[in-house]
Design a protein around this ligand. Structure first.
Ligand code: BG6
Length: 485
């Protein structure tokens, strides 16, 4: 018997992924306007109620605008990629990156979101970044919206709750497609579109306290994003023939807590509620299983004439997702709970967890890849995966992050197995290849990088960049196309 040995395809996109609001800084430089992320305050761990509470109130925003707030806003500072991009990209190139995912900060291009004309300095910044990437042979993968709704749209329309935001988004998308026509082939519309239902402020710049019915508003906002994504796909194909538009899901793979059929049904429903988003993007229609949910919750989505046809006609070209952990579903309220990406889960006794309680499950990634490919038969691209951990800098400056290497190695092994199962996986972008501001906690000490950034939770540090052990490990992985782990 010959043992089957899976291998990564040639031209596999190895690399890393980031978001503008977590790295750029320069939040008010060269014409940039304010965005949702600029109002996310830093709350020290001892004062936080939970790690994944990301909503912001109208009152907190007013205080910040009136200069009455004493808190820091770390996403305004990032790691100052705005001024360090050449050095950072050179380090990515040294690791051999084939692709790099970044988002365009919408309010750098249209400061209020609703402006008629774009800000040239903002457009020029991304020209410079893309040129730098291409100079090093690195393919840019660009997210149009990564939790960065311009504040001007929140003020005027309550963000994505207002239908008007669709047109402003399409104007923004068309502007950047035209400008970067020759430079960017891979696009993603909304980062983790499902976040809208978990934190409408983060996902859609929606202030729930301004809505009479916040649940209705977030699903309405989501519908607006689906329509906007379809219109952006249409525009992309017209403006850059051959370019690819992807959707992006925070993938939550749920296992039943026990073999009790009620838990199995609950897991199926939880998985459906996660796949709802990619179902609309890839199959072009609302899945039937959501009708019951909408009825039970009294949600009635207002669709304009032509919306359904748009969703059907302009489906995505590929599917991207983030994968950090798996979850458990149970009908019983009993059991120990642990934190997770965006929401909590029951503890799985078979899994270890990160310093933040996220349960590490590499085999779950193989399960997920098979599930998504079976369901959609579209190319898959992992655009986020990694381990947030505390790093220790030794006296000689070295950082021995074996825990990160172990995590990544086990996930890469499972990706390879999934490719052996027949999954069309085109790339792997590790989250936060350079340390950045955490999305959920705004901490700096929750580090994902191969590259260390000298900055702490209070904003102190030189911002100097240095290579961790994982930097050299990932370089070898890329050089050997995933053969040497
Ligand atoms: C994803 C987001 O959900 O998880 C990223 O798209 C985020 O923006 C990443 O940074 C990791 O989450 P956190 O909270 O550890 O930064």
């Amino acid at each position: 018997m010959t043992l089957f040995k899976a291998a990564f395809p040639e031209n596999f996109y190895w690399g890393g992924a980031t978001a503008a609001n977590q790295i750029e800084g320069a939040f008010d430089k060269e014409g940039k306007g304010l965005s949702a992320a600029d109002f996310v305050a830093y709350i020290p761990k001892s004062e936080r109620l939970k790690d994944n509470e990301m909503e912001v109130t109208s009152e907190a925003i007013q205080k910040a605008l009136n200069g009455e707030s004493t808190t820091r806003y770390p996403k305004r500072e990032g790691i100052d990629f705005y001024h360090h991009y050449k050095e950072d990209i050179a380090l990515f190139a040294e690791m051999g990156f084939k692709a790099f995912r970044l988002s365009i900060h919408w309010s750098r291009i249209f400061p209020n979101g609703w402006d008629e004309t774009p800000n040239e300095a903002g457009l020029q910044f991304y020209d410079n970044v893309f040129d730098e990437l291409l100079k090093h042979g690195i393919e840019p993968v660009v997210t149009l919206s990564h939790y960065e709704t311009p504040y001007g749209l929140t003020e005027k329309y309550n963000g994505w709750a207002g239908r008007e935001t669709v047109d402003h988004f399409v104007r923004y998308a068309e502007t950047v497609f035209k400008r970067y026509k020759e430079k960017v082939k891979y696009w993603i519309s909304f980062n983790e579109i499902n976040v809208m239902t978990l934190s409408p402020y983060t996902g859609g710049g929606i202030l729930s306290d301004r809505e009479e019915d916040p649940v209705q508003a977030k699903y309405q906002g989501l519908h607006h994003q689906f329509v906007a994504s379809a219109l952006a796909t249409k525009a992309l194909h017209e403006i850059i023939p051959g370019a690819m538009m992807g959707c992006m899901l925070a993938k939550m793979t749920h296992y039943p807590h026990t073999p009790n059929p009620e838990d199995v049904l609950k897991a199926q429903q939880d998985n459906q509620h996660n796949l709802f988003f990619t179902d609309v993007h890839a199959r072009g229609e609302y899945p039937t299983y959501m009708n019951r949910f909408f009825k039970e919750k009294g949600i009635s989505i207002r669709k304009e004439d032509g919306d359904e046809a748009l969703l059907k006609q302009y489906t995505v070209d590929y599917i991207t997702f983030s994968y950090y952990m798996s979850m458990l579903s149970s009908v019983s309220p009993e059991g120990e709970v642990t934190a997770g990406n965006l929401f909590n889960s029951l503890k799985n006794p078979y899994l270890k967890a990160s310093d933040w309680g996220w349960q590490i499950d590499p085999i779950g990634l193989r399960v997920t890849l098979n599930e998504l490919y079976d369901r959609y038969r579209l190319p898959l691209f992992i655009v986020e995966n990694g381990l947030g951990a505390y790093d220790k800098v030794e006296e000689d400056g070295s950082i021995h992050d074996t825990y990160r290497i172990d995590y990544l190695k086990q996930h890469v092994e499972q990706m390879k197995e999934a490719i052996g199962d027949g999954v069309d996986l085109i790339g792997y972008l590790a989250w936060g290849p350079i340390d950045l501001i955490s999305m959920s906690t705004s901490e700096m000490s929750k580090r994902y990088g191969f590259i260390y950034v000298d900055k702490d939770d209070d904003g102190n540090g030189t911002l100097a960049r240095s290579r961790k052990d994982s930097f050299f490990w990932y370089k070898t992985v890329i050089e050997s196309n995933g053969e040497e782990l």
